[in-house]
Design a binder for this molecule. Structure first.
Ligand code: EPZ
Length: 422
């Protein structure tokens, strides 16, 4: 098994280029199913989740030519409509093929994703919305069997809860449905804006892009023809590097980043004593002399993202005073707490709230990554812990961070990937 060995205490300096956003690229890749013509995607991050979804397209019969940050995809030849357990169990976001497969082919089978380390993560809202659009859905032997023999039709969808994946699935399904679909209480993350713009650029009329209410006029079964899509910068990767600057009290610059997308993280780091120089594509963080405590609650965009909660907890672990961190999106997204405590943090957990009492110093230890963002929080803590921190189970990190150790090493961190027994 691979792990990261980090010798903490090094100051960082210089600049780091932010990769394309995993969570924007995944729905964009799924949306290519709406087309029977070739499409090119650029600025893809080099992470396992992207390769997994591209592999799923090839298993469906699509042709994928993927190298580096670019993929040429031709979903004209798709002949299978089944997303198998082997892939979906590796990556829940595979559920994003449900809407596009169903709306283009009138039928599909997608394995149920099951639970995950951060919570139950049901897909009931995706299914309810597709049923309202005319889909017949049955769950059998662990698979969602969906049928719409006469195509999907437009509907008024009111989401009980804001859901990123649910909104993406319905937007894609609505793009080729008959008539108009309105989504009320839609998610409005930048990745949803990118998906809507990609579909709108293909000639589908979409109103309300970037708002909580989307209206989509479907093509009534006509496949779309997409222009080349350049994936937007990864706001969570960017936020993670800002936290690296904050926790190591180093001045670093992020290149190819959109500051608007990470406003909530910047505001919180400002309240912790950091300051920023922001230009069109770059952000320089000037660290706090003394890290101040922070209170934060995770909510939907543009609020503070759940995907940054663990990283902020690592920074708060070294603040002068007590921070309160409340997780509202996922019921089990605190697995990093006990690992951070193994490194000497003083975090007390009650229900969905963590009280983080800042300590003067963290101490290196062996720790276990439990999910993608929890893993990056442990790496951040390792950057300042004295001695050696070994972060294990880093396959979680590889799912979503493009060359984390390479980028951190280039900034001056002492971090190497090792294999057990070597
Ligand atoms: C997306 O997951 C992201 N994944 C997650 O990032 C992110 O944490 C999450 O949005 C919230 O921002 C991708 O974009 C691939 P949701 P998603 O549907 O779409 C509940 C990362 O680390 N819900 O917005 O699965 C759900 O349980 C990952 O990169 C239902 O109850 O999240 C959760 O409590 C982790 N029923 C809340 O809604 C449903 O049918 C929000 O989930 C769907 C969701």
């Amino acid at each position: 098994m691979q792990y990261l060995e980090i010798r903490g205490g090094k100051k960082l300096s210089g600049s780091v280029t932010i990769s394309g956003a995993k969570n924007a690229a995944l729905p964009v890749i799924a949306a290519t199913i709406l087309s029977d013509k070739p499409v090119t995607l650029t600025n893809l991050p080099d992470v396992v989740d992207i390769r997994t979804l591209l592999k799923l397209l090839t298993m469906l019969g699509g042709k994928v030519d993927h190298e580096g940050t670019v993929a040429h995809i031709d979903n004209g030849p798709i002949s299978s409509h089944k997303a198998v357990y082997e892939i979906v169990s590796q990556m829940r976001a595979s559920i994003l093929v449900l809407g596009p497969l169903l709306t283009r082919f009138g039928e599909c089978e997608v394995s149920l994703p099951g639970g995950c380390a951060i919570g139950q993560r049901p897909i009931d809202l995706h299914l309810k919305a597709l049923e309202a659009m005319g889909a017949e859905i049955a769950i059998e032997s662990g698979y969602v069997h969906a049928k719409a023999p006469h195509g999907l039709h437009g509907a008024k969808i009111i989401f009980d809860k804001i859901t990123v994946g649910g909104t993406e699935n319905v937007v894609m399904a609505a793009a080729m449905a008959k008539g108009t679909t309105t989504i009320i209480n839609a998610a409005k993350e930048p990745e949803i804006v990118q998906l809507c713009e990609m579909i709108a650029d293909a000639g589908v009329k979409i109103e309300g892009i970037g708002s909580n209410e989307l209206t989509i006029e479907g093509t009534d079964g006509r496949p779309l023809a997409f222009k080349t899509v350049e994936i937007i910068p990864d706001r969570i990767e960017a936020g993670t590097y800002l936290c690296a600057g904050a926790i190591t009290q180093s001045e670093i610059t992020l290149e190819k980043v959109n500051a608007e997308h990470i406003r909530a993280s910047i505001d919180k780091l400002e309240s912790m004593g950091c300051s920023f120089d922001i230009s069109e594509n770059s952000i320089t963080i000037h660290p706090a002399e003394v890290i101040k405590p922070v209170n934060l609650i995770t909510i939907e965009y543009p609020g503070f993202p759940t995907d940054m909660q663990a990283q902020f907890m690592a920074v708060a672990a070294l603040a002068e005073g007590e921070s309160l961190i409340e997780e509202r999106l996922f019921e089990n997204r605190f697995m990093h707490v006990s690992e951070l405590n193994r490194l000497g943090a003083d975090i007390w957990l009650k229900g969905s709230v963590a009280a983080v009492k800042g300590v003067d110093q963290l101490h290196g230890a062996d720790v276990m990554a439990t999910d993608l963002r929890a893993s990056s929080a442990l790496v951040l803590a390792g950057l300042v812990a004295d001695g050696v921190t070994n972060v294990r189970r880093i396959y979680h990190l590889d799912r979503g961070y493009d060359d984390l150790e390479g980028k951190l090493s280039a900034l001056g961190a002492d971090i190497v990937r090792k294999k057990d027994g070597k």
